[in-house]
Design a protein around this ligand. Structure first.
Ligand code: NAP
Length: 289
């Protein structure tokens, strides 16, 4: 079993990006600038946004964090989005999800200028992904593709099973694995909460990508011997023995699944760091779009 080290892969990607920033500076060109919109005080969202802003600083990007109260109305937030779309100093921006219930996430996502859509959630970005055209790929699925590439994990002709069909992970992931590209060219099965006999399907997977959002859902009996397992899930579980007061778990029961795998990504230290690195990659791309 080989561990997929998301920290090492993301460091390599971030070093390449930092080098490109140095070259831009030397040529007197604009430094990439990422803005992040955070609504409300959700602890996990704050942690994710802070990590993204910190990562910008590390590679030499400019960054701006815009915080709004959870009381902000949908119209007020749309006005803020409009300002960001018109602000030439900002190359790309993200709106951290989830948003408070009174705000329609789809409306907000669709208001983001496709040229600044570094999360890759806008319908235009998703359409480009479907058509295999260059564009902003959603950061988490793109990060998983980069991990498969880094470890030269064969994908062509393999059976890839994706658990979960969310707009930000499962659905774009299944599209990326099935398209005519390397990594890609898999035969893909996408599963969801209405799927019957899930473990019969997961046991057929050469590559199993788990984005179900349930801690330690995937157990050893659901996995084929020698499979590649990618764990997207991330859960904070209260743990008083830790300084932070919590520990992180994935969607996969790591200790019992890992011995069966050819490769497995851990939580933490797997997909999470890759998501941030791919967001930075998209921001660099946004400077030229
Ligand atoms: P989500 O929107 O809650 O989607 C979960 C998916 O799992 C849904 O499609 C759901 O099906 C499916 N599902 C639920 N129960 C199921 C069951 N019993 N059998 C099969 N499928 C089932 O979650 P998400 O946004 O994709 O995120 C998934 C996990 O990844 C979460 O833990 C999240 O925190 C984590 N995440 C991590 C990163 C990172 O950077 N590491 C990034 C994004 C997300 P239905 O569609 O039928 O409801």
């Amino acid at each position: 079993m080989e561990l997929i080290d998301g920290i090492a892969v993301s460091d390599k990607l971030k070093n390449d990006i930092a080098q490109k920033v140095i070259e831009l500076k030397q040529k007197g060109k604009k430094i990439p600038h990422l803005a992040a919109v955070l609504v409300g005080n959700d602890g996990a969202s704050q942690t994710y946004v802070n990590a993204k802003v910190k990562a910008c600083e590390k590679v030499g990007f400019d960054s701006t964090l815009l915080r709004f109260s959870s009381e902000i109305s949908e119209l007020e937030l749309l006005n803020e989005i409009d300002k960001l779309n018109k602000d030439n100093s900002i190359d790309g921006y993200i709106v951290q999800l989830p948003l408070p219930k009174h705000i329609d996430e789809q409306k907000i996502t669709q208001a983001i200028s496709p040229a600044k859509d570094v999360d890759g959630f806008h319908p235009e970005s998703l359409g480009k992904l479907v058509l295999n055209l260059p564009g902003f790929l959603p950061a988490t699925p793109a990060g998983i593709v980069e991990m498969l590439r880094y470890y030269s994990i064969p994908t062509s002709g393999k059976h890839c099973v994706v658990i979960g069909r969310s707009n930000i992970v499962g659905t774009p992931m299944s599209l990326l694995m099935s398209r005519n590209a390397t990594p890609g060219n898999c035969t893909v099965t996408i599963t969801h909460s209405k799927t019957q006999n899930l473990s019969e399907i997961t046991k057929q997977a050469d590559i199993l990508i788990v984005a179900i959002g349930k801690p330690e859902f995937v157990t050893a009996d659901m996995v084929k011997e020698g499979a590649v397992v990618i764990d997207v899930g991330i859960h904070r579980i209260e743990d008083k023995s830790k300084k932070s007061g919590f520990r992180l778990l994935g969607d996969v029961k790591f200790d019992e699944v890992a011995p069966k795998c050819s490769y497995i990504s851990p939580v933490p230290g797997g997909v999470g760091p890759m998501t941030i690195a791919c967001l930075l990659k998209n921001t660099l791309l946004a400077v030229n779009s």
